[in-house]
Design a binder for this molecule. Structure first.
Ligand code: AMP
Length: 516
């Protein structure tokens, strides 16, 4: 039996291989890739990889702009039985140098414009093959693949063989390579496909169409979005980058959209985003960062759709989801219930159990949970309990009906004068104040309290809330130790490509605020 993830995806391609699998939405002219094109393209790339005679489990590191060919390269690496290692396109020389020296890939694929410095780092680490792949489909990778056969026998893999290594965005210390197996990815993809009704749509005779506008170096765009569509034989409308207006223009043809919260905020800022534009949509999924309750409510109001928020991470793929049906069971501010097959519990600092709605560290178990951190056995051991639950590093609570709410990352927890302050709680209060659009609360060193609470606040357009007034209003609502000692007004919060607020940057910026 072949447990290669690619074999399962391939088996789900529709019988009509000549139908369109992916249509590009922002290339100068639309490009149409049929299922046969995906089959042939991945075969040629897999044959190229085979021709390099790489040792088993070789890592193939890819830093390339989003393109259908880059997706095919991912599929071809699976198909050839090696390990895919995607790298954020924003990474610069020092970061790439670290990933390459840590992962020791056999092959590196990069943009032609970066070939000079990437190949230097690669060759220094003993990588023998560096190919280029550009957004416009030029580069040595495809040139070389063109000489290979379009017939390829899918490599046989066991379920627990490695399929991918995802380096965590790691804001403290070095980022770690999460090792995901074929079984991790396939089990999660199958659960999501069923849970989010992908089969239902086909059964009704209506084929799903996914707007794919997320980057493909991250779990959300690469695994969640692509796998759901491929495993359902659904068509993708492929955006190399998100553009609210262009997305709205194509929404009437689509049934599913997946986005990080920032994308939802941008859709709402687009006047053309109306109920009419969403008339054929059946599902909007949000994740990777917390969705503000205001966005959740405003979206429902505007579109008539309730965003389904889910929660997961590189190490575990998806863990929880709000219900698909009934739509009314989707609760804003929560990430829903553990997905089928996932076990989730909340523990106190000492690993002891907690009751309903008590806040603690979230721990999980399931077929989706990764194998460990690449070449970091001690770090891996630290992150699992003795009874083998993975400590996610997220802090949250589970209410009596099983809904999970994320309160923050454990490393973002602020301890001020011995009291624990959960940033998400304070942000919730700040965001409710008049004139406030959003906020981020962080802890910075303080000579008396250990840490002090600081809030960084973005005003609503046209509003000018006053920092002192914010402090005064909070004083009447929450305990004094939770009230920010300082409030800074900014025009926007620093975010990474996945829409996560980079609290480490804020902590850095304000670290000397209370220096003695
Ligand atoms: P990454 O490994 O880059 O996907 O980051 C995973 C982290 O993103 C999780 O551990 C959470 O802290 C955060 N995250 C993902 N989804 C959500 C969500 N729906 N709400 C809040 N935080 C989330």
């Amino acid at each position: 039996m072949n447990n290669n993830l690619f074999a399962a995806l391939r088996a789900a391609f529709p019988a009509e291989l000549h139908s369109v699998a992916i249509e590009t939405a922002d290339t100068p002219e639309p490009l149409y890739y049929t299922w046969r094109d995906i089959e042939r393209g991945t075969a040629m790339l897999a044959n190229l990889i085979d021709s390099l005679n790489l040792p088993p489990d070789s890592r193939i590191a890819v830093q390339a702009e989003k393109s259908v060919e880059a997706l095919m390269l991912y599929l071809a690496v699976l198909r050839a039985g090696h390990v895919f290692l995607p790298l954020n396109t924003a990474y610069q020389a020092a970061e790439i140098g670290y990933f390459i020296s840590n992962a020791e890939p056999a092959v590196v694929v990069c943009a032609g414009k970066n070939f000079g410095w990437v190949s230097k780092a690669a060759f220094l680490s003993g990588t023998a093959h560096v190919f280029t792949l550009n957004e416009d489909r030029s580069g040595t990778l495809l040139d070389r693949a063109a000489f290979h056969s379009d017939q390829h026998q899918v490599a046989v893999r066991r379920g627990d063989d490695l399929a991918a290594i995802l380096y965590t965005s790691g804001t403290t210390g070095r980022s770690k390579g999460a090792m995901l197996t074929h079984a991790n990815l396939l089990s999660n993809a199958q659960v999501l496909k069923d849970f989010w009704g992908w089969t239902d749509a086909a059964a009704k005779g209506r084929q799903d169409v996914l707007v794919h506008a997320l980057p493909i170096f991250h779990v959300h765009g690469l695994f969640v979005a692509s796998h759901c569509a491929l495993l359902s034989g659904a068509r993708m409308l492929w955006f190399s980058r998100f553009d609210a207006r262009a997305t709205v223009a194509r929404l009437p043809e689509a049934t599913v959209f997946m986005g990080v919260p920032t994308l939802y905020v941008r859709l709402l800022a687009e006047p053309g985003f109306t109920r009419e534009a969403c008339r054929n949509m059946r599902l909007f999924v949000s994740g990777s960062a917390p969705l503000l309750i205001e966005t959740f409510n405003e979206f429902r109001e505007r579109s008539g759709h309730t965003i389904l928020e889910r929660y997961g991470m590189s190490e575990t793929v998806m863990l929880t989801s709000n219900p698909y049906r009934p739509e009314s069971a989707r609760r804003g501010g929560t990430v829903g219930l553990p997905l089928p097959g996932v076990q989730l519990r909340v523990r106190d600092d000492k690993g002891g159990p907690l009751g309903d709605s008590e806040v603690g560290g979230i721990e999980v178990k399931g077929p989706n949970v990764f194998k460990g951190y690449w070449r970091m056995p001690e770090k891996t051991a630290d992150e699992f309990t003795t009874d083998l639950w993975f400590k996610t590093g997220d802090v949250g609570r589970v209410d009596a009906s099983g809904y999970v709410t994320i309160v923050g990352r454990s490393k973002d927890l602020i301890i001020t004068g011995g009291y624990n302050v959960y940033p998400a709680e304070i942000e919730g209060f700040v965001n409710e104040l008049p004139g406030v659009a959003e906020s981020a609360v962080v802890g910075v060193p303080h000579p008396d309290f250990g840490e002090a609470v600081v809030a960084v606040v973005v005003a609503r357009p046209g509003a000018t809330p006053d920092a002192m007034a914010i402090v005064a209003q909070l004083k009447s609502q929450i305990a004094a130790f939770k009230v920010p000692k300082r409030v800074f007004m900014v025009t926007e919060l620093p975010r990474n490509a996945m829409g996560k607020v980079q609290k480490n940057l804020l902590r850095d910026e304000h670290k000397a605020l209370f220096a003695a």
